[in-house]
Design a protein around this ligand. Sequence first.
Ligand code: NAP
Length: 361
Amino acid sequence: MEKIKVGVLGATGMVGQQYISLLAHHPWFEVAYVAASPNSAGKKYCEAVAGRWQMMFDVPAGVRELTVQDANNPALADKKCVFVFSALDMDKQQARELENAYAAMGIPVVSNASAHRGTDDVPMLIPEINHEHIAIISAQKSKRGWQKGFIAVKPNCSLQSYMTPVFALLQAGYAIKRMIITTMQAVSGAGYPGVPSLDMIDNIVPFIGGEEEKSEVEPHKILGKIADGLIVNDESIRISAHCNRVPVVDGHTACVSLEFGDKKPELEEVRRIWRDFKALPQQLNLPSAPVQPIIYREEPNRPQPRKDRDADKGMAVSIGRLRKCNVFDIRFVGLSHNTVRGAAGGGILNAELLKAKGYFD
Ligand code: NAP
């Protein structure tokens, strides 16, 4: 099968580098176009990331010599790639307009940026949870007069640590009334160079700008339903979030307490639901889909970022410490790799779902 040529916007950043690494041996997609800020534009990719390449392996051979283009000029991507992954870190309004411009040109955008997460005709996907939201794309295209282009996004990186286990319980018929989340988020979540080392070493920073608001709002859209060409949020879970930056390189951890409605599962039933959970990405056997989307760790001191973030290619969510909560009903700890499942790997899984459903034909 001939591979689909893809572009990466923001290819030089933390998430962009993860895209370049994960796509190096992808069976369906091949990186043919890289773009970033005007500072990197004109340089060979390997020169643009020299001294700030953060991945475990060297820059893949197929990308080393590509010339980085200015992501602000969508016309440069014309005919170079079928669709782009967007990992741009820029002003929200600017990013929104830029992603619109790519889509208007006929280049679909699979984005990690927060710019379009609140846009009600843009699907915000975790394919194990709300793959049916891709149906909104036809309304999005016709409303905006876009022929081939469209925009699909993924949610904030920390949500991946707990939303799939929460959804598995909802799907099993256990309504949730309230949820309190306390996240411990890795430094790579702040991009490169990110938080100054003097703020991070031997320290915890109990503030990540905008993160608590995203954690409290984005689940409502993910759990929403399509009605009249829009995604209507489901606000039935009240959410309170505390988000902290901790001195961990990769892997966001979340301590979660849940209050159910009248029907409350036993702990053994919760474990069974998580262990048995499979969804469309597993049924379709998408290349990046984890075999087991939720891995329950029985050890009393797991999950841990260093030991569990890479579970199943960094795409599985590791869960542990399920126990009764003295205030709500249950509590547990969730963990996922923020730049893989929470960013580039999640974006690639979204693209695989879109490809499998014919959206790039
Ligand atoms: P980053 O390391 O700071 O990288 C930012 C990228 O955007 C670089 O390629 C940079 O190019 C480019 N860029 C910055 N300003 C630009 C401009 N004015 N015009 C064109 N390109 C510009 O950030 P990151 O952590 O990779 O995050 C990228 C996006 O993913 C953000 O929207 C972030 O919120 C989201 N995200 C991040 C994570 C994570 O774990 N890090 C998780 C989920 C989502 P230069 O190198 O040329 O400056």
